[in-house]
Design a protein around this ligand. Sequence first.
Ligand code: BG6
Ligand code: MG
Length: 222
Amino acid sequence: MIQAVIFDLDGVLVTTDEGHYLAWQRVASEAGIPFDRTINQRLRGVSRMESLEILLERAPREYTEPEKRALADRKNSFYRASLEGLSPTDLLAGSAVMLRGLRARGVRTAIGSSSRNTPTIVDRLGIRNWFDAIVDGNDVPRSKPAPDIFLLAAARVDVPAANCLVIEDAQAGVDAGRSAGMNVLGVNPHYNLNGPDRQVPSLADASVDDLDEWFGLAPAAP
Ligand code: BG6
Ligand code: MG
């Protein structure tokens, strides 16, 4: 039975996945590196520096470590500028209803995100008290596809991994959920993810009753 649901943040709860894409696209175009939405799928869920390494696979020259740091910082400053206008209207359809419904059933809720900008985003959206735990890229050295973020979230909500459901839009996140020994719901309107138990286009396409039917929900022990 599922006693806790761990949500990815960017691209599951909020539209910030597009901000990541546009920021990398700007960095790539300034540096003359080919980049498009298909390559961007591999950056989803992956840490900032690992994303940069994927981007640089197509670079026409080698980059030194300080140059890489500067590119990552530049991407983050473009990205953070995009967060300035962030508001609750940027929450993705279905997220508020699902979180309310889960909590009403006594199911614990958490965020498990690779993003070090998670605290800023959560505060701008005013959603901190929707969750029993928030774990992000600041909390663990290894980000997705390693299971660490999700395992720490499960520990913080005090629910065994086998009783957790991960909701993810990224292949790296599906892989992280699987290697944590958790159930996984994929959410992606454009790409078929490899390995989730089920996939829907968006959270608006799965009700809490659907989650109960597909995975079995139960209140967490007090
Ligand atoms: C993930 C995003 O949530 O966070 C990735 O899907 C991003 O695209 C990663 O690279 C790290 O984000 P940040 O905000 O720490 O650069
Ligand atoms: Mg995501």
